[in-house]
Design a protein around this ligand. Structure first.
Ligand SMILES: C[S@@+](CC[C@H](N)C(=O)[O-])C[C@H]1O[C@@H](n2cnc3c(N)ncnc32)[C@H](O)[C@@H]1O
Length: 296
């Protein structure tokens, strides 16, 4: 485990686990490759409650950049991803929690549960929690980012989720099979549009009868007036999360050629075209939409 310590001066930093306000003081922080995990003020040691981690704040786009490179899931992003995704995707925490509920309903014994584009493995962990009572569930998280997977492995080990395996591979190249639950949470939007149909078809063939695909995406709205309103609301949400106008606009530019949204009806049509008999939106926060696609 990589571990390092630094001493910083913080003013009125609210303790993540108890809500108490720490005094202005020199604070000694310990970092363990995924998060700041303990801190003390010289006289008193603060240890977050079991399972609570102090997230590293996303400052990736805080300073003016001369040139804005395309967004990538590199080490810098992986390091702050937990904070970034929670402050950038409205309702992310609830969506992850509800994946457990869907898993409870659809996971089948002796089957595979896939988290495609797993990042830090949040969905894999939620599927783990939702399938503990179902024997023989093997959870597989797949991502191209080694930086993400390194952290995912640490996080799942910390939670004793021993039936989760991580594979560093492009989701377009892996073979899938015997699946009862497949999650594509905010991943398909990063693939070229021409590759999306083939992946959805592969998932359909990998699913067992009664299996489900949970697909969540940032969507575009074909109605210009609605699109403008949803964008304004989304930027309001990001401002409420503490992002500055500069951070919002620089990140938007970085994602411009990388995250290509499609409309809800385009997603529905693709899912139905490969054979999914039941396709329904089940969750939405602004433009972020999740669909269930069920194979009968
Ligand atoms: C927005 S993140 C997904 C968040 C994650 N599913 C969650 O719920 O926390 C997108 C992830 O997809 C991964 N990714 C993008 N294209 C991929 C591909 N072709 N194959 C595998 N992973 C990919 C990225 O490395 C990144 O970690």
């Amino acid at each position: 485990m990589i571990q390092c310590s630094v001493i910083v001066r913080l003013i009125n930093w609210e303790s993540a686990h108890s809500g108490e306000v720490l005094p202005s003081n020199l604070i000694h922080l310990t970092y363990n490759a995924t998060s700041w995990c303990s801190f003390n003020t010289g006289s008193k040691q603060y240890q977050p409650a079991h399972g609570t981690r102090v997230k590293k704040t996303d400052t990736v786009f805080q300073n003016p950049l001369e040139a804005i490179a395309d967004f990538s899931f590199d080490a810098t992003v992986a390091d702050v991803f937990e904070d970034m995704v929670n402050r950038s995707v409205p309702g992310y925490g609830l969506l992850i929690a509800l994946i457990k509920t869907v898993t409870c309903q659809f996971a089948q014994k002796n089957s595979h549960l896939y988290d495609l584009g797993c990042s830090l493995g949040a969905c894999a962990l939620s599927m783990h929690d939702g399938s503990v009572a179902i024997p023989g569930c093997h959870i597989i998280g797949i991502d191209t980012s080694e930086d993400m997977l390194h952290r995912a492995q640490i996080l799942t080990r910390q939670k004793n989720a021993n039936n989760i395996e991580f594979i560093c591979e492009d989701v377009r190249n892996v073979s899938l099979g015997d699946a009862s639950v497949v999650v594509l949470n905010l991943t398909l939007q990063f693939l070229p549009i021409e590759d999306r149909g083939r992946l959805i078809q592969k998932i359909f063939h990998a699913l067992l009868p009664g299996g489900v695909l949970i697909i969540s995406e940032k969507t575009s709205n074909p109605n210009d007036v609605d699109q403008v309103l949803l964008s304004q609301l989304y930027h309001g949400f990001k401002a409420d999360q503490g992002y500055s106008k500069l951070e919002i606009s620089q990140k938007r530019d970085a994602l411009d050629n990388v995250l290509i949204p499609e409309s809800i009806s385009e997603h529905q049509a693709r899912l139905e075209s490969v054979g999914f008999e039941q396709v329904l939106p089940w969750y939405q926060a602004f433009s972020f939409v999740s669909l269930l696609a069920i194979k009968k």
